[in-house]
Design a protein around this ligand. Structure first.
Ligand SMILES: [Zn+2]
Length: 430
């Protein structure tokens, strides 16, 4: 094993999962109507916008009793440390994948035993907005029910608002029919979805449903500092002397950083493939590993998955490792300048999978959604892989992507690129 490989690093539960993130709350009380549930998730969505993230809120409810077990919201951006802020209401991306529903599922899995929580099929996640691909993948992977208040015409899985889930492969569509319901809205629509969804004989008021939708599209009241420096002004961190304090801090976060350098982010080497194989082997029970390569071709971080412990995929662990580490370096006055100058947003780099995700399963829906949420903008070359899926084919993966809503197929344009699969890869030296 190379010195830089840290088995399972970054897979430790995040503050969100442990429940120590300040803004998430374990709640008492119960809801007895869909309107009450909708008002509570609307309140979380509103708080989310006030704190600089997208306006989505959710809760976990016990199907039998209506007891609210947990509330959550989108935690993508967090307020910046006042010591590094240059003005009021500034936020920085903490985790591109920290959506409300996925965070609730992660929290549940981490706390289930400790708190003696019911089985996921006896629980329902109520969400203010039609879940994205990642969150739908999280809900289906974990086996929860979900009840939705408002539609999302760009990235929701029910983008056509008719409950047909044409955004999913036929196999996953059946899972969605069995698990996801859409509450009735007074004077607007009837309930549709499976019968076990609690409170489905009651309706949400038109005003609350409208507010759940508009809070998602409401203008930010905060300023995002995510890309302070234009890409052309970002400087290769590897050009720093090994003793430079920022470089030292960077390598404390990511001990594997700079172990490998590619001639460009889209020219992966055989050496990187072998590295990913070692990361995969070093993590017990893992199925895949993913590397993040910055815009200069530097390996920054690489993570495996650990399906028995966490719903996070290898990609999710890798993007979380980079974005959370970048947030911390940005937020520390001692490393703020270095983070601004040397660490671009992940969409300017590339993610390289050891194996292409296995098509037609819920964890891959989650993976594709997480990639879309991380990139946000067109991402040519951002998604590469060395080896075919462990099951199924690359063609089937492309089919699954083609089903997704326009946000993923057009805005981000998810386009996995095989490298070294169909032709031998020339080895490059670092
Ligand atoms: Zn989501």
């Amino acid at each position: 094993m190379q010195a830089g490989i840290v088995a399972g690093a970054g897979i430790a539960a995040s503050p969100l999962m442990r429940g120590t993130a300040s803004a998430s709350t374990t709640t008492v009380g119960r809801v007895v109507t869909a309107e009450q549930a909708a008002q509570r998730v609307l309140a979380m969505a509103t708080e989310s916008v006030q704190l600089g993230s997208k306006g989505v809120g959710g809760l976990i409810m016990d199907n039998r009793t209506g007891r609210v077990i947990r509330e959550g919201r989108n935690y993508r951006a967090l307020p910046v440390n006042p010591a590094v802020a240059t003005g009021p209401n500034q936020v920085f991306t903490w985790d591109y994948t920290a959506h409300g529903e996925t965070a609730l599922v992660g929290w549940y899995q981490f706390n289930r035993k400790k708190l003696g929580l019911p089985d996921p099929q006896d629980l329902t996640i109520v969400t203010s907005l039609d879940p994205c691909a990642m969150c739908t993948g999280s809900i289906l992977t974990a086996g929860f029910n979900a009840a939705v208040v408002a539609f999302d015409p760009t990235g929701g899985m029910n983008v056509t608002a008719d409950g047909r889930f044409k955004t999913l492969t036929p196999n996953l569509r059946n899972d969605a029919y069995d698990s996801l319901g859409f509450y009735a809205v007074d004077g607007v629509r009837k309930y549709f979805g499976p019968q076990q969804i609690p409170l489905n004989s009651t309706a949400v008021s038109a005003e609350t449903a409208q507010r759940c939708e508009s809070v998602f599209f409401s203008p930010r009241t905060s300023t995002s500092l995510d890309n302070v420096v234009p890409l052309k002004d970002v400087v290769d961190p590897r050009s720093l002397p090994a003793t430079d304090p920022f470089r030292v801090a960077l390598q404390e976060k990511w001990p594997m950083a700079f172990d490998i350098r590619l001639s460009s982010p889209t020219s992966p080497s055989k050496e990187l493939k072998q590295y990913l194989e070692r990361v995969n082997k070093a993590t017990p029970g893992s199925t895949n590993a993913v590397a993040f390569i910055d815009s200069f071709g530097n390996l920054i971080t690489a993570m495996a998955d650990r399906p028995s412990r966490s719903i996070a995929t290898a990609f999710m662990n890798t993007t979380q490792s980079y974005s959370q580490g970048r947030f911390e370096l940005f937020n520390d006055p001692a490393t703020n300048e270095g983070a601004k100058r040397h660490l671009a947003a992940p969409r300017y780099g590339s993610f390289i999978w050891l194996h292409a995700p296995t098509p037609d399963i819920a964890p891959t829906l989650k993976d594709l959604g997480a990639f879309g949420s991380t990139m946000g903008d067109p991402a040519p070359g951002g998604f590469q892989f060395y080896l075919p899926p462990l099951r199924g084919t690359f063609g089937q993966l492309l089919e699954q992507i083609a089903y997704l809503p326009p946000y993923y197929t057009q805005q981000v344009g998810i386009d996995p690129l095989p490298v070294g699969v169909f032709s031998p890869m020339p080895a490059t030296s670092s």
